[in-house]
Design a protein around this ligand. Structure first.
Ligand code: PNS
Length: 169
């Protein structure tokens, strides 16, 4: 029997961007099952509730242009515990994170080391370098651009744009 590779891609996804979707697409080539884990606790005050973020992700993933590997099962779930516990609950040891710039890496490396230590080094974080096309995209900028009346159609899917505009109406 072949071993099922399960990966967890955690984040705030407040809201999901085309950058996140690109990481999901690429991760779907690496694992058989990918759990996209929407964090209740990320140290940030979110604009969207966990349920709203899950719904936005699920709808965005249905977009025809996502090009996700059909052989990978994608699951979207919220979590409110420690990431390392959530990863274990899903019988996984692989965390996937996207890294845009070098400045992201400091925070990411620290988080990966902390998680590894908390999980007795039985967890691996795999970093995927963001595609150049998506390097400038960050959920916090997208929220600000929408709030100030800018157009975010090149950074998010139509359902996310609509949800953002509704929040700031
Ligand atoms: O998209 P983000 O905000 O950079 O994601 C950060 C996230 C959600 C991966 C991180 O805050 C997290 O893992 N939160 C869950 C709680 C936890 O395990 N904290 C300890 C590690 S920082």
């Amino acid at each position: 029997m072949s071993k099922i590779k399960i990966g967890v891609y955690p984040g705030s996804f407040d809201p999901v961007t085309l950058g996140h979707l690109d990481i999901i697409r690429r991760a779907s080539k690496l694992v058989d099952r990918l759990v996209v884990a929407v964090a209740a606790h990320s140290g940030k005050k979110p604009l969207f509730s966990v349920d709203e973020r899950i719904e936005l992700l699920q709808k965005a993933l249905k977009n025809k242009n996502t090009n996700i590997n059909n052989n990978c099962e994608i699951i979207v779930e919220g979590f409110d515990n420690l990431l390392v516990d959530f990863v274990k609950e899903h019988k996984s040891f692989i965390v996937i994170r996207g890294v845009r710039q070098y400045s992201d890496f400091e925070y990411e490396a620290q988080m990966a080391a902390l998680n590894a230590q908390m999980a007795d080094f039985d967890i691996e974080t795999i970093f995927l370098a963001s595609n150049a096309k998506y390097q400038s995209i960050a959920s916090r900028f997208i929220k600000q651009v929408t709030q100030l009346g800018g157009d975010v159609s090149s950074f998010v899917t139509p359902n996310v744009k609509k949800a953002l505009e509704a929040k700031y109406k």
